[in-house]
Design a protein around this ligand. Structure first.
Ligand code: ADP
Ligand code: GN1
Ligand code: MG
Length: 351
């Protein structure tokens, strides 16, 4: 049993604690107490999240707000306080927190169409229920996370430095990114002009960050709130499409298997707008396709940047994996461009 557990206000003494789930960032354990109560203990990864106290404050503020809107106790994550009243414990410089386990829930690593729709319902609801939360109260825990022009500057620097000596082999890919630089300003320019509102964003809108009811397979609860930050609604939408509307894995090497699935895109649009259509502005809705292409281009550029820099950010398990990842993203971008009118039409016809 980890000694840190004695610093949290659990219902009674813990009897077991074991690794749990398949998250890649934090260390997650399932804790069972003598009275049968179950908890999730998480060790916060402070290499990725360098401001853990600001991050925990973001989570406290957002879950408190959601709790006012959601009657189902399984519908929102609940932090267990520490004995000193805070919502985390620091032990030997390491940060820990405890959530109540969402009982009778299931987490999926991949989705069929029905689950993908449900995840869109969940992230749309999340956006809708936080629409009246003052996003500027939250700390930007990873500064400029989706500022695509800033990502371009980092990309140019990686090209100039050529640290891994890969530049000459990826000129075609570099040109692909550079030829889309004007597009990359679309969202940040609109935001600067006051035409896109600052929103609470989740920033990791993948299927495995939604818990589903194990009996009904309906979406219950949005989890993994570490990257909750102020941002743009359309980037959360876009990242979900980037990942979920592809027909292949993010690092698939056989590009003939990688396609942007317009049907899956439509499924997500419908689910998302069914729960947050009312709270989005006209401009936000019009920008949804741009959010999808922006997140895909940006992510591909981040992978290519890391390939040029020598795989320093995204973990790799084989040589060239970040380049493979960049290739899948660029394929998806091209296919989005080829389906551009339909992507807009689907949004227009869904609200
Ligand atoms: P990571 O940032 O490492 O992805 P997550 O917060 O997503 O960490 O948690 C990892 C896994 O633990 C989730 O995918 C889910 O299976 C499980 N999990 C996390 N919180 C809860 C909870 N409150 N109730 C039930 N399962 C949870
Ligand atoms: C990272 O940790 P994971 O896989 O959920 C990254 C995302 C990327 C994603 C691409 C904090 O997310 O922005 O879209 O990889 N998260 C961070 O796989 O950089
Ligand atoms: Mg997760």
């Amino acid at each position: 049993m980890h000694s840190v557990l004695s610093s949290f206000a659990l219902s009674c003494a813990p009897v077991s604690s074991e690794p749990y789930g398949r998250g890649h960032i934090n260390g997650t354990q399932l804790v069972v107490c003598a009275d049968g109560a179950r908890y999730i203990l998480q060790h916060i990864n402070t290499t990725v999240f360098r401001y853990p106290e600001a991050l925990m404050q973001n989570i406290e503020l957002v879950t408190a707000h959601l709790r006012k809107r959601i009657s189902d106790p399984r519908g929102v994550l609940r932090l267990v306080p520490a004995l000193d009243g805070k919502h985390f414990v620091v032990e030997n410089g390491e940060y820990w927190r405890v959530y109540e386990l969402v009982e009778n829930s299931v987490c999926y690593q991949s989705a069929d169409r029905a689950l993908f729709y449900e995840s869109a319902v969940a992230f749309g609801r999340f956006q809708n229920q936080l629409a009246d939360f003052p996003a500027e109260q939250l700390t930007e825990t990873i500064p400029q996370f989706h500022d695509t022009p800033v990502r371009y500057a980092t990309f140019r620097q990686a090209i100039a430095e050529n640290a891994a000596n890969q530049r000459d082999k990826v000129q075609r890919e570099i040109d692909f990114v550079l030829s889309r630089e004007a597009f990359a300003h679309t969202l940040t320019d609109l935001q600067a002009a006051g035409e896109l509102p600052l929103r609470v964003t989740h920033n990791d809108t993948k299927i495995n960050n939604v818990l589903f009811d194990a009996s009904t397979n309906k979406a219950l609860c949005v989890i993994d709130l570490d990257t909750v930050m102020p941002g743009l609604s359309v980037t959360d939408f876009g990242d979900a499409i980037r990942f979920g509307a592809s027909t292949a894995a993010e690092d698939e090497r056989d590009l003939s298997l990688v396609h942007f699935d317009l049907g899956l895109y439509e499924t997500y649009v419908r689910g998302y707008l069914s729960t947050c259509g009312e709270s989005l502005t006209k401009t936000e809705k019009a920008m949804l396709p741009i959010g999808a292409k922006m997140m895909t281009l940006e992510c591909g550029m981040r992978f290519l940047t890391d390939h040029l820099a020598g795989d320093r950010y995204f973990h790799v398990s084989r040589e060239g994996q970040n380049l493979d990842r960049a290739h899948t993203q660029f394929r998806l971008v091209e296919e989005m461009e080829n389906n551009w009118q339909q992507m807009h039409k689907i949004v227009e016809e869904s609200h």
